[in-house]
Design a protein around this ligand. Structure first.
Ligand SMILES: *Cc1c(COP(=O)(O)O)cnc(C)c1O
Length: 368
């Protein structure tokens, strides 16, 4: 069935509005922050759930030429979106058997192990070498780096275009791990002396010039979520509104939702919202957190279920079935929701569901 946009909007359980103009403004803020270092765009996980098909081309138009995804499959999709010129790096490396696909789309894998180096060497194609500077997650250990240096044939057959590592504590600028990882990374760079260097994610890009090196790799800041205490000047990107499915009045003593996790101690007016954990609205918000309407906070009562949750709507007698309440926006950010849910803004964004009606705004500079 072919529905018009207003019809789609009318039947949607929620409206997710993504301000691509604000993403571009945040990119420009980062470019100025890290210059003369180059600034990449991290668009893994479908641009943190917001739509790489819309966001990556906007970043390209803003001058971004270096794009990071996590998976080869994401790289293949991004190649189709961006065309042949973009540099597309794949952070999670090269699973065995993925070489041909990576070559076919001219992807630049991040080689994280000696096995990956060996699997890539015969392609003659460019690659990034990642070293582990202390996070113990991905990249060559110091012993692996020495083994690579000792294997001249392997080293010389690799076309390495970048040396990278990743910070484990960039969101805590005073954490001693930042300086020790920086030192470890520079030690590795002296072993591979001719390679350009990349260390900083969003938060690391605000640690001072010594962390910028040749290329920064911000993701979170592009999408307007909190990355670290020194990050300033970033615009919000996401607005999420959810439909009121039903209103009801209950007497004192009535219980609400699965498991009767809330019992009214007075008569209450409730609104049932047509969004649940299947939409990425965390179940951990049961009896925590809120929706907003007309500047009023409507606390969540009872458990969040798969397709709905209930709020105390006593403060807004004008609320009607079909109205939209704010879940992310002016009154509460994705990071506020994350704090209520015991997680981080990254997880809230990347879980945003597929059932919302999506609206993309491309206004230059983004909303203020
Ligand atoms: C996800 C990721 C980034 C981007 O991190 P943000 O905190 O979102 O800026 C950069 N580098 C690596 C290796 C990553 O995995």
């Amino acid at each position: 069935m072919n529905l018009s946009e207003p019809e789609k909007l009318a039947l949607a359980n929620g409206v997710l509005t993504i301000d691509v103009g604000a993403v571009v403004a945040n990119y420009r803020t980062l470019v100025a922050q890290v210059a003369p270092a180059r600034c990449a765009g991290v668009v893994k996980a479908d641009s943190y759930g917001l739509g790489a098909d819309k966001i990556a081309p906007a970043l390209w138009q803003a001058g971004c030429r270096d794009f990071f995804v996590a998976l080869i499959g994401e790289g293949l999709a991004l190649r189709d979106i961006l065309g042949p010129e973009a540099r597309i790096y794949v952070l999670n490396g090269l699973p065995p058997g993925a070489e041909n696909a990576a070559v076919s789309a001219n992807l630049i894998p991040v080689l994280n192990s000696l096995a990956q180096c060996r699997a890539w060497k015969d392609t003659g194609r460019p690659a990034v070498l990642q070293v582990d500077s202390g996070m113990s997650r991905m990249g060559l250990s110091v012993a692996d780096q020495e083994a690579l240096l000792a294997d001249e044939e392997l080293l010389e057959s690799l076309d390495l275009v970048l040396l990278m590592s990743h910070l484990a504590n960039a969101d805590e600028p005073d954490h001693e791990g930042n300086l020790s990882q920086h030192a470890g990374f520079l030690a590795a760079s002296s072993l591979f002396p001719k390679l350009p260097l990349s260390l900083a994610n969003s938060a690391g890009s605000f640690h001072g010039d010594s962390f910028h090196l040749d290329l920064c790799r911000p993701g979170a800041v592009l999408y307007g979520i909190e990355a670290g205490p020194r990050v300033v000047g970033i615009k919000p990107v996401v607005q999420l509104e959810a439909r009121v499915g039903q209103l009801r009045d209950i007497p004192a003593g009535a219980s609400i939702g699965y498991g009767y996790q809330f019992t009214a101690d007075k008569p209450m007016r409730l609104a049932t919202i047509s969004v649940g954990y299947a939409d990425g609205w965390p179940r951990s918000l049961s009896n925590r957190g809120a929706a907003w309407f007309s500047g009023q906070r409507l606390p969540i009562v009872g458990r969040v279920s798969m397709d709905s949750f209930v709020v105390d709507a006593g403060a807004v007698p004008e609320l009607a079935e079909g109205d939209l309440v704010e879940l992310i926006g002016e009154h509460q950010s994705a990071d506020d929701v994350a704090r209520d849910a015991g997680t981080i803004g990254y997880e809230i964004l990347t879980n945003l569901g597929r059932r919302y009606h999506r609206i993309y705004n491309f206004s230059a500079g983004g909303a203020s």
